[in-house]
Design a protein. Structure first.
Length: 243
């Protein structure tokens, strides 16, 4: 293994809640200002110190692969695929993709959320913290769409709370730094990463929380998908100026 960092993007989502506005596409391919949402994730990662991106794909994976194959030269890292022939759950999808990762640390992120977590800060916190996993957390106000995450004075994740209205709290923003040391190998072939890995590891005190106030959006519902159309225009301008 090398000291570089690989990234897994969970890009096999069905996009059920977006069907009213985006039909017959994986969520990561939902068009935003003329290009797929996935392009914004890859553009963001182009500014980060990574070696390889592995796309964990399933539903309509040919659409994802065709687009990437046409645009892969735009990106400074290798891009590979882990294709689920049958749904494996979030955990099974991550484990399958990990087989293609050589780095000691692997970043896992959702293909339908964007979190400007501060990639290098998250990576450094993970390497310094020495835990199994470091989780990107986002502080939010007046929400009921997400469950909350409790952390102690040392920043360790202690509990995951169910979705309910919350005036002020931390959410799991879906970006993780994970040690590539076979720690998923003993779990079932198909499993929920949240239920069978995150919850037990939190109970062991093995998850470090990393709070960032960076921009966050989840396009899983039509309202936030429409919001991304407006918000991402500034990212297009920013990244164009950096090329």
């Amino acid at each position: 293994m090398t000291n570089s960092t690989d990234v897994i993007i969970l890009a096999g989502g069905l996009g059920t809640r977006l069907r009213s506005v985006v039909a017959d596409l994986p969520k990561c391919m939902a068009p935003v200002n003329g290009k797929p949402f996935l392009a914004y994730l890859l553009d963001y990662l182009s500014q980060c110190p990574i070696h390889k991106v592995v796309l964990s794909v399933g539903y309509l994976h040919e659409i994802v692969m065709d687009w990437v194959d046409q645009h892969r030269d735009n990106y400074p890292f290798a891009i590979g695929y882990a294709v689920e022939t049958t749904p494996l759950g979030t955990g099974g999808g991550i484990r399958l993709a990990m087989l293609q990762c050589d780095a000691e640390t692997v970043c896992v992120m959702n293909g339908d959320t964007f979190f400007d977590v501060g990639f290098e800060g998250l990576l450094e916190a993970h390497r310094q913290g020495g835990k199994s996993l470091t989780m990107g957390l986002k502080a939010m106000k007046d929400f009921d769409r997400y469950g909350t995450v409790a952390i102690n004075e040392s920043g360790l994740v202690t509990r995951f709370n169910e979705k309910q209205y919350c005036a002020d709290g931390l959410i799991n923003a879906g970006v993780y730094m994970l040690n590539n040391n076979g720690q998923l190998d003993e779990l079932p072939e198909k499993f929920s990463f949240e239920n069978l890995f995150l919850h037990p590891k939190a109970a062991e005190g093995a998850i470090q929380g990393y709070v960032s106030d960076g921009y966050f959006i989840d396009i899983g519902i039509p309202e936030d998908y429409e919001k991304a159309m407006v918000d991402f225009k500034r990212f297009d301008a920013l990244w164009a100026s950096q090329r």
